[in-house]
Design a protein around this ligand. Structure first.
Ligand code: HAM
Length: 439
């Protein structure tokens, strides 16, 4: 094959979401809009790329996400560089969106808005991870964040309740919610030091990644999945025994608040998360049947992040759902929602029928139905065959007889039931059918 005839393929770790899956994605995201808006969250649309430094400072320069997985590029033109100022040397595709939400919150002075600022976002994120089932280099998140003056555990509980309610509505069942508290700036440093000391004692028994993390980020050792490290990790000191009074109370109250809302959870002292901005509450949702990439959501509290990025003292909490994985989990469960699809295929025949076909198609579409109108005349049998293949619910037959009689023949393709209807009755019948399938 010559070079200019070669076929292009999606880049490793990226993929196309094709119909009919795209309809499931739309429905999933729409369900999130509906549930989140019912909790009085509002959508924020964010840039896909930001200054590299924004992510480095918030997620943490030593984390895998920042140190190994970002897609980073420099500004191409000198003129741009001048305009952006010397600080903006490099940009990165966003690996997550919490940093952007906090940047937008500060930049737009959102702390002056009444009450807590409750935002959600939907869109692609980019991490150069090793692709596998459920792990992509371009993947999608639906996230929510609450920013404001209060760190009341009821806020954490409401955010988590909203998340689990959404999963229920979207059919992401067979899930487990894990919660933990990783302390705050008063108690965590001492715990991290203690952990480091204990880890140094057993360093020889740990793998190279964990050994490195003893110095860079000992908490991350708790996240290790290596089977040979598990018995060692189980004997390490637990954060729950080293929380300060305030953090202990916060965590106890969170569990009480979750209980009050009927949101079941399990405590997991090893849930430390892979991003540095967390304080106190951390949580994750695991779904069955996804193999090793089974975390469908991660989140937590980040009370110092707004200040760290140059804003006023502000508390924050949020989560991000991995849409790719959540959708996989719905598909694996086999319980797909009934989505409307193609309602009517207009099987017209003879040029005399064509104007009627164009007209009724417009009216049906205006009534909210999905309608396919063949652009060229087709033989009757071929037309009905195509209607079947396209999985239309009805074929609307318009031939010379129908035009003469001023009526339509509506054939239900599932059972070949056929009715002759006037235009008025046809519209009424199909509209009521549409209401029923959406109900
Ligand atoms: P995260 O745990 O890094 O947290 O990502 C959240 C979710 O995104 C994961 O649980 C997973 O479902 C999905 N995810 C992550 N990486 C990939 C990938 N390579 N392929 C497919 N799915 C992936 C955050 O991003 C935080 N910003 C969450 C947050 C919001 N914390 C507070 N507010």
């Amino acid at each position: 094959m010559t070079e200019n005839k070669r076929q292009f393929r999606a880049i490793k770790g990226t993929r196309d979401i094709l119909p009919p899956d795209s309809a499931l994605w739309n429905w999933f995201e729409q369900t999130a809009h509906n549930v989140f808006e019912s909790y009085n969250f509002r959508e924020i649309r964010l840039p896909i790329f930001e200054e590299t430094e924004l992510f480095a400072r918030s997620v943490g320069a030593e984390t895998d996400i920042i140190s190994k997985e970002m897609y980073t590029f420099s500004i191409g033109h000198d003129a741009d560089a001048k305009e952006e100022g010397a600080s903006a040397q490099t940009y990165s595709l966003r690996p997550e969106a919490t940093a952007s939400v906090v940047r937008a919150y500060i930049e737009n002075g959102m702390q002056t808005l009444p009450g807590n600022v409750k935002l959600y976002y939907v869109g692609p994120m980019f991490r150069r991870e090793r692709p596998q089932k459920g792990r992509y280099r371009q993947f999608y998140q639906i996230g929510a964040e609450v920013l404001g003056q209060s760190d009341a555990p009821a806020i954490d509980a409401e955010v988590i309740q909203m998340l689990m309610t959404f999963f229920k509505h979207a059919g992401v069942t067979r899930t487990t919610l894990y919660v933990n508290s990783i302390g705050d700036k008063n108690c965590r440093p001492q715990y991290v030091e203690l952990l480091r000391e204990e880890l140094r004692k057993v360093a020889g028994q740990l793998g190279p990644d964990s050994q490195r993390r003893i110095e860079t980020n000992p908490l991350r050792v708790l996240d290790s999945k290596l089977p040979e490290e598990q018995p060692i990790i189980e004997k390490l000191p637990r954060i729950s025994d080293h929380l300060c009074q305030a953090c202990q109370e916060h965590f106890a109250k969170l569990k009480e608040e979750l209980n009050l809302r009927g949101t079941a959870c399990q405590e997991n002292w090893r849930l430390v998360r892979g991003l540095d901005y967390y304080t106190r509450t951390t949580f994750e949702v695991i779904a069955e049947g996804l193999g090793s990439q089974n975390a469908v959501c991660g989140g937590g509290r980040y009370d110092g992040l707004v200040e760290l990025l140059g804003g006023p003292p502000t508390k924050g909490i949020g989560f991000a759902i991995g849409t790719d994985r959540a959708i996989l989990s719905i598909q694996e469960s086999g319980k797909l929602p009934q989505l409307p699809g193609l309602a009517v295929f207009v099987a017209w025949m003879g040029q005399a029928a064509y104007p009627t076909a164009v007209n009724i198609t417009r009216k049906l579409r205006e009534a909210g139905l999905a309608v396919e109108l063949p652009a060229e005349e087709m033989k009757f049998k071929k037309s009905l065959g195509l209607a079947d293949k396209l999985r239309a619910r009805y074929a609307l037959i318009i031939g010379e007889d129908e035009v003469k009689a001023g009526s339509f023949t509506l054939k239900r393709l599932a059972d070949s039931d056929q009715k002759k209807l006037s235009e008025f009755d046809l519209l009424e019948y199909l509209e009521s059918e549409r209401r029923d399938t959406r109900a």
